[in-house]
Design a protein around this ligand. Structure first.
Ligand SMILES: Cc1cc2nc3c(=O)[nH]c(=O)nc-3n(C[C@H](O)[C@H](O)[C@H](O)COP(=O)(O)OP(=O)(O)OC[C@H]3O[C@@H](n4cnc5c(N)ncnc54)[C@H](O)[C@@H]3O)c2cc1C
Length: 153
């Protein structure tokens, strides 16, 4: 097995086809990582989000990272890390960006948007207020492992 660095172009291709990632944020030296659905477009990662700890933490410290991986087996995988800055997209000043984010995310995560809408009907509290945010991507890195003719697993 070899492990090679991926080019920036390869990393961005992975982001382009990704739908699930892990979002990492931190406060007071304590990291916090959660799974999220996301949509990439050049320069940005868009997320549709509930209100909660991650939002509170990112408001306090906008430095975040997102990890995405594709794992075919123990010796065949890739992993991409994007680091960047959180930016919330509140109404009404980010109306256009929110519509754009919704359009991008709806292509892949309709069920998640619908599930939130349903949940909101039954419990219309702040914790499930729909929020959009985006991450301004500052840098990406990637590693890819490959089998060299050996068995996979
Ligand atoms: C496949 C998948 C896709 C998801 N996509 C999205 C998305 O696109 N947008 C979105 O907002 N959320 C998404 N979620 C849910 C997300 O992972 C969080 O659980 C949720 O957003 C609440 O996070 P919070 O920081 O607001 O939690 P809070 O409600 O503030 O959490 C309070 C506490 O609950 C615990 N907790 C919260 N989330 C998790 C978790 N996932 N696993 C274990 N413990 C947890 C933590 O200990 C935290 O301190 C997704 C989850 C999965 C599994």
């Amino acid at each position: 097995m070899t492990i090679d660095e991926m080019t920036e172009k390869e990393c961005l291709e992975v982001l382009q086809r990704a739908s699930l990632g892990r979002l990492g944020c931190a406060m007071d030296n304590q990291p916090y990582v959660i799974p999220i659905y996301l949509a990439y477009e050049p320069g940005f990662i868009y997320v549709f989000s509930t209100y909660g700890k991650k939002i509170e933490w990112m408001r306090a410290n906008p430095k975040v990272c997102v990890e995405i991986d594709e794992v075919k087996g123990q010796t065949e995988w890739l992993s991409v890390l994007a680091t960047g800055r959180f930016e919330e997209l509140p109404e009404p000043q980010f109306e256009m960006e929110r519509a754009h984010a919704r359009e991008l995310l709806q292509k892949r995560h309709h069920w998640w948007l619908n599930a939130l809408a349903e949940r909101r009907k039954s419990a219309p509290d702040e914790s499930i207020m729909p929020l959009f945010f985006r991450i301004h991507i500052d840098s990406v890195t990637g590693l890819r492992s490959q089998n060299q003719g050996g068995s996979q697993g």
